[in-house]
Design a protein around this ligand. Sequence first.
Ligand code: 5GP
Ligand code: MN
Length: 344
Amino acid sequence: MQKLDREDILKFSALIDAADKVTILVHTHPDGDALGSGLGMMRYLASLGKRSTLILPTTAPGTLSFLPVESDGPVIVANQDKTAAEKAVAEASLIICQDFNNITRSEGMEASFAAATAPKVLIDHHIGPDRASFDIVFSETEISSASELVYWVLKALPQTEQLPLGTLNALMTGMTTDTNNFRNSTFPSTLQMASECVAAGVDREAVVSNIYNKYRENRYRLMGYFLSEKLKTTPLGVAYAVLSKKELDRFGIKEGETESFVNMPLEIDEIRMSLFLKEQDGVFRVSIRSKKGTSASRCCNQYFNGGGHENAAGGKLPIGDRIPDAAAAEKYIVEATTAFFENE
Ligand code: 5GP
Ligand code: MN
């Protein structure tokens, strides 16, 4: 991680001081990092006596319900209450965007964000931030998570004496989910943050237990089916699986319950890249993970309408004439990854 720009920190500090209404935006289909970094920021602002509103473009999965959203201030789910979300952006005196590199990832909020007059701050860890749309950009890719970057930014602010325990718990949660409990994207700064959080009172075992030991049985029944029936591999070292809505429904699967399925095939020695697609809201949502030396983000960018990080990316495949169903999606994956590795 690079040193934070002192001038940007002081500018951000002054913006927080001057703001009476802060609105925080995170990405659609929020994950542990989006929600953890969002709540971490809210709790920090509350400790300074600042009112803030968190906007989730779509609802947070039940698997993250241990993060008690309601007690931290207004949380608006934009696709359930667009008017309230737009009002919170329009009336904000400071807008903070976290865990995405482009406002298009905050699906549905693009127009109100563009029209908003408040200063805009980005705190993110993805490749290629849209710098032009923000007044201050804290962007770092050599870091575990947005939650970790929020941690270092908040720590550097002159108004910070001690970060509230609620903030530390939320940020530790986001960092833990984005690193898969320290299996990837773990830098010296990440371990330092973890060490400082535990020293300050964060119960790491409770955080880990909340994330990994509270699933429903349905997930494991589907996982068995996914591994034994659905997972396919190619001679190029690609593993892939596509789950249709029908299959997800058959197992009664809810949002968040297929978390980390995409990581499992990377445990196979020969596998360089793993793709997991699931049918949701009329598209196939795409998750890609890769081992070092193979770029998930480039593959996602070129063939799956998305992006993300070098070894963890996401996107979508529209369902239509070209790809009408799961079988066609599987065929497309084989063609796309073959072309991808040919052009490497
Ligand atoms: P996941 O596979 O866990 O959904 O996402 C992996 C990474 O890719 C995350 O950092 C996420 O922010 C990013 N990502 C997921 N979906 C999309 C997408 O549709 N577009 C882009 N640009 N990035 C995505
Ligand atoms: Mn993240």
